[in-house]
Design a protein around this ligand. Structure first.
Ligand code: GTP
Ligand code: MG
Length: 572
């Protein structure tokens, strides 16, 4: 309360928040029993961020734009969520920490890493599309981490939804993933995030607001803990790091045990319990409430908090000097593709950026992997370059574009699929590919897949569309999305996800198009179309040197590149 009164001088809004926070328990004092932490997880575009808007607005935040949580530059431009982001809401004497997560498979690691910070998940499923590849991936991770789920069938406002059928598909999915009763007994709700309502029964559609979901969060998810947690020494597992010009490194995570105040002594433990760095002091504590940052003097077990004053990395434990055992973290899946990053040594070097050297690029990438735990770096054959491994082309494409905007010029190789060796046998990743398409266009997909050695495992009608499911080796899939989207004029929705590793069958792929286009000089092209056309058929490594100006198209280009380069280079 003292904090609240002090806050009054600076901002009455902040004061109000502090009072509400301390009143989050019925006793008027902080009690983890009145805190819930959950994440909204789903396949891409099933409506997570739109639902966040409505939850924020219902709990009193002034939401002035659509998908307000998609706050970073790339998210706004592309209309997709890339980073997981948490916020704090207050509802019926409870504090709710809610995390919005990305649905695109390339950012699946963002979902995996926040699971250790939450006690339950809201699984949103599009009532027309049903559970898709990423629904399966994120739910399997949540179930493996023993998190309870609330299932919400979203977009129920759409004509021709298949809610009843989708309910069955979701139940089958749960049954395939677990046999634990407490996880199988999930509440099922119906929603239109766009229209701002959630209802417990289909016959209640349309509803009036999202209160039923907020009530269900409190009822179904376990509380952050007992009051006795507050008596233990402070510990927090780092989930995200950021750098601030004034505050230095800021780490964010959930306070597992105890309390922490500005000025407290802390130390950093690695995942295996080794102390890293010396003891330091907490210099700042804050959290995000609604869409605003709120500075506080003290944080309690169960709260998600950002803290400045130490050098911990992701998955390290920040704790009281008396603690010796780190907070356990959930391991995340390994990367599946690799691309080589090097300096731009083309004739066009230095035209666009000012960060040109190999050491600058390596330093920047090193900084990236500290926070982006799904990326790894390994030395490349070229000492000037470095290999970056990640989850997908979009993920690495966004990194390249971010670096380009920061003033870097780079060479990037086409992506290579990462194979593994088991018992001396080389195995390659195989993906499950789901294509939803108008029935008359299915032939295009089947033909392309047969060239790529994909095996069809399912063909069914979903409403007035057809759903085709294939198992295909990842290296054969490079360029597939681009080819089908072009050939069907955007009619197809394509989703793929890693399925398993299989023994490599060499030189199976037919109809590869090869060619070269080398730019030795600067100058105008006489036909943009010709260049693009050539690029999509044959883009060589040397040409990518000259492409730093058009890396926004990287994803599209790399899809095309793979036709010529990746498949040939995979086993080099
Ligand atoms: N008709 C309808 N459209 C919806 C509903 N909820 C979301 N949408 C639309 O679906 C699209 C995707 O919504 P988002 O909220 O960005 O989906 P998301 O799950 O956050 O997407 P990612 O974060 O990129 O995975 C937007 O065009 C929304 O307006 C709904 O209940 N009904
Ligand atoms: Mg989103």
């Amino acid at each position: 309360m003292l904090t609240a009164l002090r806050g009054l001088k600076c901002s009455s809004l902040a004061t109000l928040r502090h009072v509400r926070r301390s009143m989050s328990g019925l006793t008027g004092k902080y009690d983890p029993k009145f805190t819930r932490s959950c994440a909204i997880i789903a396949h891409v575009d099933h409506g997570k961020t739109t639902m966040m808007d409505k939850l924020l607005a219902y709990c009193g935040t002034n939401v002035t734009s659509e998908r307000a949580m998609d706050s970073n530059e790339h998210e706004k431009e592309r209309g997709i969520t890339i980073m997981s982001k948490y916020t704090r809401l207050y509802f019926k004497n409870h504090t709710l920490n809610i995390v919005d997560t990305p649905g695109h498979a390339d950012f699946g690691g963002e979902v995996e890493r926040i699971l250790s910070m939450v006690d339950g998940v809201i699984l949103l499923v599009d009532a027309s599309e049903g559970p898709m590849s990423q629904t399966k991936f994120v739910l399997s991770k949540a179930i493996a981490a023993n998190k309870k789920a609330i299932v919400v069938l979203n977009k129920i406002d759409r004509d021709g939804h298949r809610a009843e059928e989708v309910e069955g598909e979701i139940f089958d999915l749960f049954c395939a993933l677990t046999s634990k009763d407490e996880l199988l007994e999930y509440p099922l709700m119906y929603a239109s995030a766009r229209q701002g309502y959630v209802v417990p029964k289909l016959e209640n559609v349309p509803g009036t607001n999202v209160e039923p979901l907020l009530d269900m969060i409190i009822k179904h998810f376990p509380p952050a803990g007992e009051k006795s947690l507050l008596e233990k020494p402070f510990s927090l597992s780092v989930n995200t790091i950021q750098t601030d010009n004034h505050l230095g490194r800021i780490v964010t995570g959930k306070v597992e045990t105890g309390t922490v105040a500005v000025g407290d002594k802390i130390k950093v433990l690695s995942r295996d319990g080794k102390q890293l760095f010396g003891e330091t002091k907490v210099t700042k504590l804050f959290y995000l409430e609604g869409l605003a940052r709120v500075d506080v003097e003290k944080a309690y077990a169960g709260e998600i908090i950002s803290l400045a004053g130490c050098d911990g990395g992701v998955a390290d434990t920040i704790c009281n000097p008396s603690v010796d055992v780190p907070v356990p973290t959930i391991p995340i899946s390994p990367p599946v593709i690799s691309m080589t990053f090097g300096p731009n040594d083309s004739p066009l070097s230095g035209k666009e950026g000012n960060k040109l050297t190999s050491s600058m690029i390596k330093e920047r990438l090193q900084k990236e992997i500290e926070n982006n735990v799904t990326l790894t770096l390994t030395p490349s054959n070229d000492p000037e370059a470095v290999d970056v491994q990640g989850r997908g082309e979009l993920q690495i494409g966004i990194l390249v574009e971010t670096m380009r905007r920061e003033g870097f010029e780079l060479t990037v190789s086409p992506p290579r699929v990462l194979a593994i060796t088991e018992d001396g046998v080389t195995k390659e990743p195989v993906e499950e590919v789901v294509v939803d398409i108008d029935p008359e266009l299915t032939g295009i997909v089947i033909e392309s897949m047969s060239n790529r050695k994909g095996n069809m495992t399912e063909f069914k009608d979903i409403g007035n569309r057809s759903r085709l499911v294939f198992q295909a080796p990842s290296r054969g899939l490079m360029g597939f999305r681009y080819e089908i989207i072009s050939a069907t004029r955007g009619n197809a929705t394509i989703n793929s996800i890693f399925s398993h590793y299989d023994i490599v069958k060499k030189n199976e792929f037919g109809n590869l198009r090869k060619g070269k286009l080398v730019s030795m000089e600067t100058g105008k092209t006489t036909g943009n179309h010709t260049l693009t056309h050539s690029l999509t058929h044959s883009l060589t490594h040397s040409l990518t040197h000259s492409l730093t100006h058009s890396l926004t198209q990287l994803t599209q280009l790399t899809h095309s590149l793979t036709h010529t380069y990746i498949i040939n280079s995979f086993f080099n």
